[in-house]
Design a binder for this molecule. Structure first.
Ligand code: SF4
Length: 240
């Protein structure tokens, strides 16, 4: 893809989303960190429903540690994999108290040393809470980067490094939000809404015209079955 096309993609996404934000509700870096850990293989909406109640009673490492694993499980049991997540959140709260004075650290290394925190979660926290120019690659970002031709890659790290290299600097701060929201609401996994896509012209997805012709009322069964679609679906199934 040419630099001019990449520029056009980000310019159009920025026009469509002038003030993009994470959909995980939070008021502090710690609340964000916990919400991102809880969001693995779960929807932001489901996480928000749980954290709205949880944060009324415990929204700091000390309060979560005092709640304990069983106490925390009661608040997050509607979220997938909640038992493992409860253990991780209590363990990371204890570690923040012991090693970071109860604060969320600002470095990738320290973040990734926390239980339940991988590269993607660290990237979200660094970007959203601390304004760092990072790009977190989840299933949506992975799909959009591959499908459009923006930064093709076989795994999230390859896509992340590709995006970091090719994204024009002025769009880096919000690139993660543009791509995740575009993937969540327009360039969706099963039947992308190409007919109303703001980046239809620069997108290099070979079947975009077929999907565009389907329009809003196309039956799901009409979606073309292709090798690329299968690859995207498999990548999407791996999730966060
Ligand atoms: S044209 Fe279609 S495939 Fe390309 S980015 Fe838009 S929705 Fe996705």
């Amino acid at each position: 893809m040419t630099p001019a096309r990449r520029e056009e993609i980000f310019r159009k996404l920025a026009e469509a989303m002038p003030d993009p934000k994470t959909e995980l509700e939070h008021t502090t870096p710690f609340e964000l960190l916990v919400a991102v850990v809880l969001s693995a293989q779960a929807t932001d909406k489901g996480v928000n429903l749980a954290t709205r109640e949880l944060y009324k009673v415990a929204n700091t490492p000390r309060k979560i540690a005092a709640l304990g694993v069983e106490g925390l499980e009661k608040y997050i049991k509607t979220i997938g994999l909640y038992r493992g997540k409860a253990k991780n959140v209590v363990a990371l709260s204890n570690l923040l108290i012991e090693q970071h004075g109860g604060e969320v650290p600002r470095t990738r290394e320290a973040l990734e040393a926390l239980p339940g925190v991988g590269r993607k979660t660290a990237n979200v926290v660094l970007n959203v809470a601390f304004d760092e120019l990072t790009i977190a690659v989840d299933t949506h970002v992975f799909r959009v980067a591959n499908r459009t031709g923006l930064a093709p890659g076989k795994d999230p790290l390859e896509v992340e490094l590709g995006l970091m290299k090719v994204t024009p600097k002025k769009y880096l701060r919000n690139a993660h939000h543009y791509l995740i929201l575009h993937g969540r609401y327009t360039c969706v996994a099963k039947k992308p809404l190409c007919w109303k896509c703001p980046i239809f012209k620069p997108c290099e997805f070979p079947e975009k015209k077929e999907f565009a012709a389907m329009g809003p009322d196309a039956p799901k069964a009409a979606a073309p079955k292709t090798a690329l679609k299968r690859k995207m679906a498999a990548a999407g199934a791996k999730k966060k």
